[in-house]
Design a protein around this ligand. Structure first.
Ligand code: PMP
Length: 293
């Protein structure tokens, strides 16, 4: 991935892709003092870019550091990098981290860096499998108590749990893993939020110890616009037997149907299909409106 063509916005400068390197004594690498975003552009326009870049700034604050760029400057870095890369539909990855001036747990003096990379990432899951519904395992690892980690930050350190869970699932032939939280309640997948449908009503876990995804909030809005009831509540894994449909959503995953989670089976149906279509229409309408403005 590090030997591609193109440029990466790196501390305010466009740097050739292969030269966008950091020192091995970077604090962010040793102690996970790094936060990032995942954004998608459709038709050359980044969907909900301001919300993502604002969340990046807030994630950094939750880790105790201030990104030395305003949200407007981060927005501009994303827009210009997308334009330089020349893609209409693409994934946008800003990342901020503590640098390498001091080594040790404490790194109060270390400079804060910011980079933005853009690449094409068409479908997060195998397209054929995605339409049938992906197979998801139940992870052994759990989302931490908010008193254990800043669980609402999009912080790199929290992804250790996600990579462990996703690798374990893939070794068993699954596409992804569903993680419970420290209380044993259903939380989220390794890069997406989860939704269930029963008798036409949507149920989704209350995001009190995991990312309240921007896609999650968009999908809840789209469902309510359709008159579909959405209930946010604590969901226990035993309840999974009683749901008809299941889907996950996130910037990269978009709306993806789920056909099974461990021993539980779901049939992608009317609600999932409607929201897949509505989400696809919403991101395109957003791009059209921005182009017309
Ligand atoms: N949970 C996790 C662990 C994620 O990585 C993501 C993707 N950023 C999400 C949920 C969904 O967030 P969003 O809709 O803001 O992309």
């Amino acid at each position: 991935f590090d030997r591609r063509d193109g440029v990466i916005w790196f501390d305010g400068k466009f740097t050739p892709w292969a030269d966008a390197n950091v020192h091995v004594l970077t604090h962010g690498l040793h102690y996970a003092s790094a936060v990032f975003e995942g954004e998608r552009a459709y038709g050359g326009v980044i969907f909900k870019m301001r919300e993502h870049n604002q969340r990046l700034i807030e994630s950094a604050r939750m880790l105790g550091f201030e990104i030395p760029y305003s949200v407007e400057e981060i927005d501009r870095a994303c827009v210009e990098t997308l334009a330089r890369q020349g893609f209409d539909d693409a994934y946008v990855r800003p990342i901020a981290w503590r640098g390498s001036e001091m080594m040790g747990v404490a790194a109060q003096q270390n400079a804060i860096h910011l980079a933005v990379a853009v690449w094409q990432w068409p479908s997060y899951f195998d397209p054929a499998e995605r339409l049938k519904g992906i197979r998801v395992d139940l992870a052994e690892w759990r989302r931490p108590d908010p008193r254990t980690a800043p669980s609402k930050a999009k912080a790199t350190g929290l992804y250790m749990i996600c990579t462990l869970s996703k690798h374990a699932a893939e070794r068993k032939g699954y596409a992804d893993a569903l993680m419970l939280d420290w209380r044993g309640q259903v939380a989220e997948c390794t890069g997406a939020n989860v939704f269930f449908v029963k008798d036409g009503v949507i149920h989704t876990p209350t995001p009190d110890c995991f990312l309240d995804g921007i896609t999650r909030r968009t999908v809840i809005g789209l469902a309510r616009k359709r008159g579909i009831e959405v209930v946010e509540r604590a969901i226990m894994p035993e309840e999974l037997a009683g749901f008809d449909e299941c889907f996950i959503c996130g910037t990269a995953a978009e709306v993806t149907p789920v056909s099974e989670i461990a021993q539980w089976r779901f049939t992608p149906g009317e609600v999932t299909r409607t929201l897949m279509d509505d989400y696809a229409a919403e991101v395109r309408a957003h791009a059209k409106a921005a182009a017309a403005a």
